[in-house]
Design a protein around this ligand. Sequence first.
Ligand code: C2E
Ligand code: CA
Ligand code: CA
Length: 682
Amino acid sequence: MERDVVRQTVLRPYIEILSFWGESIEDYLFVFDVKEQQFYFSSCIWEKYPLPFIDISFGIEDWISVIDIRDRSKVEQNLEEIKRGETDQVAMEYRMIDRKGISVWVNCVGKCVSYDDGKPSIIVGSISENVVSKKIDQLTGLQNQTVLEKSFQEILQKGESGYFLILGIDDFKNVNDKYGRKFGDEQLKKLAEIIDKNLEYDSRLYRLDGDKFGVNLVGYSKESAKAFYDRIKTEFSIQTYSNVSAGAVSYPTDVNNYHNLYQYAEDALNQSKQQGKNKLSFFSIDIYKGHLFFIDLKEEILESIKNDFEGFYIYYQPVVKNENGMLIKAEALMRWRSKQYGEISPVVFIPILEQTGLILEAGKWILEKAMKQCHEWRQYLPNFRMNINLSYIQLKDKRLMETIFYALDKANIPGSAIILEVTESIQLQDYSYFNLLFYQLSKKGIQISIDDFGTGYSSLGYLKELRVDEIKIDRCFVKSIQEGGYNSHLIKNMIELAHSVNIRVCVEGVETVEERTVLKKLSPDVIQGYYFGRPETPDKFYEKFITKAKEGQPIVDDGERKVVSEHNNMLKKNSQNYQNLLDELDYIIYVCDAETYELYYINKLGKKLTGVYDYTGKKCYEVFRRGKEACADCKMNTLEQGVFRTEVKREKNVEFLIKEKKIIWDGKLARLEMITENGEKE
Ligand code: C2E
Ligand code: CA
Ligand code: CA
């Protein structure tokens, strides 16, 4: 009783201070009577929140009733701990539901000012919406990144696992542009509402930059994260006719710090967007590293170009006349060596140049360099020409013609010395635009060639619609053309069709003498490919190809290559005859690669005694000793070519004679081994 009086005396001045200060500050001040479990508040909190106002205080149940159901348990737990004397402070953020039913984030802090038996008896503190508002997104009322960072760190410390998702509205910029910001805001609010409704207690939703939301799905599995996304996606599209994409990252498996959490989830989201949107992608470290590689390259390329195209150079590949194999022109192919990664294929760096728009500068660079080179070689071969590749981005550039004409002047060559290669693609469908451009170029004598012909969009249609001078039939049609079949018919038809409308034909990617032989009869105009020559540096190009052309010789003598090819075929036939012969002998005989030990041949007896009939891809020690590596005493290295080494080995009272030597088998260095029982045979 006495104690109660004491408490009341302590309580009273605080309550008086409350009503005095309450009027003048924005935060809600409170005094909490721990024993009575009563809250006293400065004036007007019941105006905003639906608290039953009786006298100036209300009970704990009423207080709990205005707290968002998702945050109630942690508030109750804190109050319980105070009551038991386990803590004497309050410091937490939670959501309260206001009279309009809107959930409002508040920051509640409080401190014990009086104890009873060592337990807190009076707590004073404040409820602030302002402190939190810096961490709150004005539009959606959701917490922002600052809070995400803090709470994610707490979750990691607790050792919890789950999935973090970033969701974004597809084509949100278009929505804003088309229907206005207000409409866009409504969509954002709708998405926030749908996600929020689908969240479970422990999980949290945050507003991130722009149209993005972060959701921390604590304790979720991959499947349940996917199911969560599917629900949001369906509800959102039904309610707004818009789509939402997402990227997810698992913690702590994939990520164990905030910095990477955001980056990884965003990378996965970008992946979803790149793959057509309206989907969820899970983070993959390999894909991420690929993106980093890409970013690295991008930065380095930019640096290279700034430094006067450092690391860029050009290779030239010969193009010959079909009928006689004489060099008539070259294709200029761009090369780039990265300081970090070494040689990078143009298939990788050209798209980067295109994406960044740097292809305009790089394109200008190669035009000038290749034309200069052309000028040099025309001194030896006055009709020599140069094929130069153009990207569709260059084709759309208003200053293209100016660039080309300037380069021609600078190199001092006529327009007829160059042929511009443009890749067959959907972009070329704007016939009137391109025909005008090609017409203007043709007035200067510049020719147009359609690259990779046959691989793209409505190929044959081009020939009718576009005024071009040459088509380059893609390498994929050349492969195994000697076997007759589909490809050879197709090439034949393409050549005939192009010729019927006076378009020249170049066949690309000719690699073998067989392909060359068949193609020759189909009469394309020119041919290009490894068979005649690979792309080379200017010096090598001169040495290998120009010198021959100067002397009126073809690059490759078809006759010579034919003899080589026939010789190869003969050897193959011979080795078949050998094999038939070796099969008849009473020796175990085998042949294996001198370096890799891979078996090339086992004779009939060898197969019978080892029981191994299909030895393709197997090593000698696997078949003959059932071993995992080559014999320790294998004398392969000390063997001489052409000279037999003989050895006698004893195994289980039987003496074996082993003879071995190095030989050439089907053009490869190999070991021949013959085994027989000693003394029995000659
Ligand atoms: P492309 O224009 O079709 O160039 C032909 C490609 O085929 C070259 O690859 C060449 O080395 C390769 N090639 C030539 N003969 C054979 C053969 O017999 N067998 C095989 N397997 N390949 C052969 P490269 O130099 O790697 O260039 C790849 C692509 O990069 C080019 O394909 C072209 O689309 C692009 N590119 C290269 N340089 C430039 C350039 O300066 N500007 C633009 N826009 N693109 C370029
Ligand atoms: Ca080309
Ligand atoms: Ca091509």
